[in-house]
Design a protein around this ligand. Sequence first.
Ligand SMILES: [Zn+2]
Length: 264
Amino acid sequence: MQKLQPIAVKKVKVRCMDFRENGQLDREADSDPDTIIVRTAGGNIDNIVPTLKRIVEEAKKNGERVEFDVKLHTDCGAGKYSYSVMKEGAHVEQIISDRLISRYREWTVDKKEDMWSDKNAAHHTLMLKRLFAEDIAKEVVKVHDVGVDHVESFNVPVEKREVRLIISKTKSGVSYEEINAKLGFGAYAYYLHADSIKEILPDILLAHTELNIVDIRFLSFNDKEAAEMEDWMVELRKERLAKAAVITPEKAHLFIRSERIPAE
Ligand SMILES: [Zn+2]
């Protein structure tokens, strides 16, 4: 009898941009360097569905199955922010309301669900629902809810100095600590990854308006990405949204190469 070949699995980790997740992701990557990492504010996948679809399509072409691994963390700024808007009526910038909060309103009203009894639970429930609701090749996609990272136990110093937001394409094989060291950025770097800046614009604005991050860097790993990052910077500069107008994006050192990232 012919032996069945095991189906290759492409793993995708969905995580928050929070700097306290960097070290944990590095430790996990040591055992699984091929995993693609996607990071947004709170790990909210609503805006990055195009990126996820692209990953699934590529995997399908390679005959791979895709497994999403979705995890939140404690003390999440994005989770608290959503909660303050939904439960406490806090003010929200229009673009953030339209693209980060509206989905919560839809679910809460349409499905008559009270997702807001617990801050993390709401965010988590939404992410998972969105993944399942999205018709991205259901037969090849599995979603694992792998719980919550207790960032307090990671022993990352919480004294925040020189907080930065670093934006790049989705990556596998990155070492955040290595990148931070090479850029001289210290531990306080938030990371956002997606295929296009449009998908993460609300996340950038959230980081800027709620976390007061003004130092925003665009990181590239090769010539092709360097050109793309130029375009992303132009896109961000076009934004004239209240406080966002003061964002002055900068290019991080180009051609940073992690030892784990193959040159293209
Ligand atoms: Zn978070």
